[in-house]
Design a protein around this ligand. Structure first.
Ligand SMILES: *Cc1c(COP(=O)(O)O)cnc(C)c1O
Length: 235
């Protein structure tokens, strides 16, 4: 068997066991959690193998890279844009993606509204790091006013990234805060937007995210570790 496929298959099995265990700890069903394979660090060929192993949802953080891989992979892939979207890249990105996880301003929401039907997550900066993009709690009032005016854009949930930490439990307050914000928005915005999704959890903290209610976890490193680095040839 191809060594790349072997390694990916083993990594995936291990990740699946960890997701399942986290679900069991809090009485959730595995089917409530979508695993998004974040392929930004690997080639289209490796992304294709992950898809063939059953990971149907793939994520990229740069629009151009998503366009490139979407061209090379089967049309059945559900693509997720998880990084910043510049407004001049909206037209080409929207038709390719299942959801945009990184809507970080009202300006971008309005620009998306003018292009076509889209599902989005609103990115929140819950960790308080100044370097991170996203809405904060003080933006809730503006969002409660703006969301009911949207006809094309459906806000399916919120997204966040926890601060890097050695102990995954340090991410728990960040994830709990995102869930609380989502509950508040859903209560105030009404039925037009589902607001039931929580896109949170990466390689270092996905089990804690699942325990805190994540519906979409975004995993790169933990799926691809152990692969020969690009450019290296097998002996
Ligand atoms: C790269 C990236 C991930 C995956 O990170 P890993 O730690 O490699 O699992 C998740 N979310 C976003 C927004 C990313 O850019």
């Amino acid at each position: 068997m191809d060594p790349t496929r072997n390694i990916l298959s083993e990594n995936l099995q291990h990740v699946e066991q960890r997701i399942a265990a986290a679900c069991r700890r809090v009485g959730r069903n595995r089917s409530e959690v979508t695993l998004i394979g974040v392929t930004k660090m690997v080639s289209a060929e490796v992304a294709q193998i992950l898809f063939e192993l059953g990971v149907l949802d793939l994520g990229e953080n740069r629009p151009q890279e998503l366009w490139r891989k979407a061209e090379q992979l089967p049309p059945e892939v559900h693509w997720h844009l998880i990084g910043h979207l510049q407004r001049n890249k909206i037209d080409r990105t929207l038709p390719l993606v299942q959801a945009i996880h990184s809507v970080d301003s009202l300006r971008l929401l309005e620009a998306l509204e003018n292009v076509g039907p889209t599902k989005v997550f609103l990115e929140f900066n819950c960790s308080g790091e100044a370097s991170k993009q996203g809405f904060s709690e003080t933006d809730l009032v503006g969002l409660v006013a703006a969301l009911p005016t949207l006809e094309q854009v459906r806000v399916i949930g919120l997204m966040t990234m926890a601060a890097p930490a050695d102990d995954p439990n340090e991410a728990r307050p960040t994830f709990a805060l995102l869930r609380g914000l989502c509950d508040r928005l859903r209560a105030e915005v009404g039925a037009k937007h589902p607001l039931t999704g929580l896109s949170m959890g990466m390689s270092g903290d996905f089990e804690v995210a699942v325990e805190e209610g994540a519906t979409h976890i975004r995993l790169g490193t933990v799926l691809f570790e152990g692969l020969p680095s690009p450019g290296e040839k097998e002996g």
